[in-house]
Design a protein around this ligand. Sequence first.
Ligand SMILES: Cc1cc2nc3c(=O)[nH]c(=O)nc-3n(C[C@H](O)[C@H](O)[C@H](O)COP(=O)(O)OP(=O)(O)OC[C@H]3O[C@@H](n4cnc5c(N)ncnc54)[C@H](O)[C@@H]3O)c2cc1C
Length: 420
Amino acid sequence: MSTSSDYPLIVIGAGAAGLAAAAALRDAGYTPLLLEARNRIGGRVWTDTQRGVVELGAEFIHGDQATTWAIVQAAGLATQRAPEAREIALGGTRYPADDPLTLRVEQLYDRLCDPAEHAHAPEYSAAAWMRRIAPDDPAGELALRLAANIEAADVERLSAAAVAHERAGWQAGTGNFHVLNGYSRVMAALATGLDIRLNSPVRQITWQPGNATLRLDDPAQTTLTARAVIITVPLGVLQAGDLTFTPDLPPATTEALHALDMGHVSKLVLWFERVCWDLPGFSSTDGIISTWWQEPAAKPPALMGYTGGLAGLHLAEIGEAAALAHALDELTQLFGTRLRQAFLHGRLAAWSHDQWSRGAYSYTPIGAGAARDQLATPIANTLFLAGEATVTNGHVATVHGAIESGRRAAQTVLKICFSG
Ligand SMILES: Cc1cc2nc3c(=O)[nH]c(=O)nc-3n(C[C@H](O)[C@H](O)[C@H](O)COP(=O)(O)OP(=O)(O)OC[C@H]3O[C@@H](n4cnc5c(N)ncnc54)[C@H](O)[C@@H]3O)c2cc1C
């Protein structure tokens, strides 16, 4: 049996972008229907509250000026600034934040992100650029690990110029902040009063200018029609063809979707009986797990391991038990055997294997500099893409960027479909 209904506006995906889009439409008097494939809201914001609070997806509010703060403050959520000091670990030896090696890694990473370095050069990959300026330099390799981690990228493909361009477009201020009761609370605050249907994956959109019909993959085989649809489905899901379009999306949109890359991140949480480490803030390593920090609101205490790029994909592929074994070996090398003895539980969040994101967040490979602008362009004034991959300033791959993209799509829909 199939069911069918009409809506003026539908938003697909209840992550940061979809929730922000729906809230903006609601505030303008046009409450849309919000369809979400998962059994929860938040998408790539996903707090685990089984043992205190740990973040399996997005961790920090990046920047003291990020759009997210207005939501945090209205909801009365407590936050804590993360310590910024970063040590380096090379072959199990730790180098403090003020060590010349650590400073050289930071300096090389900062140069990679400096637009002046890329103003006249041909477009290099991050790896090729680093090999040119720091050949055979372990600090260069570590700076590349840092870039792979932060950008979730294969550094042989990542455009160095795009990294710098996106950094230059950053307007969210400085600092990294935890939401102490969990990032998911920010999503819950955005969702208040919205019409959200969970467990509702959209499989196909049949569209023409001014009208779209959505087929859901649910037991009732629901079809829904709408005047306009905001689509916040992650880049990885669109690239995989899990959501299909009839007719196909315009060639320029399809090319832009495939020009960008969906990056990889695996996060590994390890809970311990007690704190048996001395971490300044972050520890960036040349091990299988690239970066460590302490979760501030885990009970019992927990370390978070973050591995981006191809190493993140590797962790997803070897699975939780093998990833934990590597992590404990590497942590024991850094902090001694008492750490292994105090280990209680571990959990791997492998975003590359998540069917509703198929990766962690997007990055810009060589030659794809114009793709995000194209994705942000409305399709026949009927389909409107939003989400972190469609962000056109420096806030790509962030929660606040996704929120801004959802609001941009909502304002565009209101202007095109409902003004006058
Ligand atoms: C491990 C990790 C760490 C990160 N760390 C940070 C950080 O510290 N700070 C930061 O600012 N950002 C961080 N990010 C990035 C941030 O999480 C994302 O940029 C942001 O959450 C993306 O929001 P979105 O709405 O674009 O996409 P999503 O949150 O992915 O929302 C899209 C929604 O669409 C749904 N969906 C997918 N397919 C369908 C379908 N066919 N039908 C219906 N629904 C569908 C999904 O289930 C999902 O809920 C991190 C991301 C990851 C993965």
